[in-house]
Write a protein that binds this ligand. Sequence first.
Ligand code: ZN
Length: 163
Amino acid sequence: MILAIAGLIISCGGDAEKKEDKKDKVKIGAKKTPKASNTNAVNIAIAGNDLMQYDKKELSVKAGEEVTLTLRHTGKIDKKIMGHNFVLLKQGTSIPDFAAKAAAAGESKDWIPEGDKVIAYTKMIGGGETTSITFAAPAVGTYDFICSFPGHSGLMKGTFTVK
Ligand code: ZN
């Protein structure tokens, strides 16, 4: 009888501890996402691989949103050989012209030419790396995005729509 009671107390104590653990985890999780209350904030993600491909050809956000875009390089190749970035171009920008200027700008400029043709861009990353940027969604419309690493924009391009 005494043993049974002791066992009951121990098991109750165990349950209480588990519940405490859960509470702590929830608190920690909440602290990590302070922007969750901002209804204008949106997170989008895109990945690039060693085959010079994005995993998405279309991205879409709403006007007025604060966009946090995360770019992930799912490959293994170094950024000097298979670098990827995300460059959101202003409307009316020719992709071939921009890509040529990016190639001329060179690695020291992270393959981003001088000028005002860009709405937002991430840094260039290599295999296994991740980067993100936060920017205000531009006006309603359709925009092109590319990877500006030399030779990549032919395959690595897509449409960014603001609704
Ligand atoms: Zn690339």
